[in-house]
Write a protein that binds this ligand. Structure first.
Ligand code: SF4
Length: 212
């Protein structure tokens, strides 16, 4: 496969200034659960940074929408091969983040992502999601995720606990509340992960992000 052919299925990005490795994003306005939460005060999606960025920067908006359109038009097997190809080609440090914008669209999409993880065994994958139903359905059919994939189910409310039934999750906490999990210290490092890889770690059940 050539890179130009793989890009027909969507773009794996490098150069996220916060975190190591590669990332993949889609249109944040297409989030299913997130779009409902965005209308509700007291949820982490209420003031979604990704949506703000899409409104501010048309090129970002176009890129994330194009990624979603390409997923929708693709055969999942071919999509998985093309995305895995890009991760193998472009990822130099072994960490990939799914959905720095957007979220899972279907069980079929999660299945294709798992296929990507299996094709990239040397890369650790982190997938944050509000789509607990999709995750539960996939697990009911397939049992467990590959070892190199951490799916973190996000608490739907600010200051929420680890969602029921999830082994790994994340929460956003406010200034007036105590964090319930391992605190993300990226902000103290100029909004960079630095040496921290907690989000990719099996040993960290819950990550707590301070509210922006
Ligand atoms: S917890 Fe660590 S790995 Fe996760 S976003 Fe914060 S700094 Fe990065």
């Amino acid at each position: 496969m050539l890179l130009k052919d793989a890009l027909n299925y969507g773009k794996v990005s490098t150069g996220n200034t916060k975190m190591p490795g590669t990332t993949y994003a889609i249109d944040a306005f297409a989030c299913q659960t997130g779009s409902r939460l965005a209308n509700i005060d007291g949820t982490p999606c209420r003031h979604c940074y990704a949506r703000k960025l899409q409104k501010l920067r048309p090129s970002v908006d176009a890129g994330w929408k194009a990624n979603l359109n390409k997923w929708n038009a693709a055969e999942p097997d071919q999509w998985a091969q093309a995305i895995a190809f890009q991760i193998i080609k472009r990822n130099t440090d072994g960490y990939h983040r799914w959905f720095d914008a957007g979220d899972l669209q279907s069980v079929e999409m999660l299945d294709a992502i798992v296929a990507v993880c299996r094709m990239t065994p040397r890369v650790r994958h982190w997938l944050p999601t509000q789509e607990r139903r999709i995750v539960a359905e996939w697990l009911a059919i397939n049992g467990q995720f590959p070892d190199n994939l951490i799916v973190r189910v996000s608490a739907s409310k600010l200051n929420g606990a680890l969602p029921k039934g999830a082994t790994h999750g994340s929460q956003v906490y406010t200034r007036d509340a105590a964090p319930k999990g391992k605190v993300c210290e990226a902000r103290q490092r100029g909004n960079q992960c630095g040496p921290c890889r907690a989000c990719w770690s099996h040993d960290v059940a819950l990550i707590s992000y301070p509210k922006h």
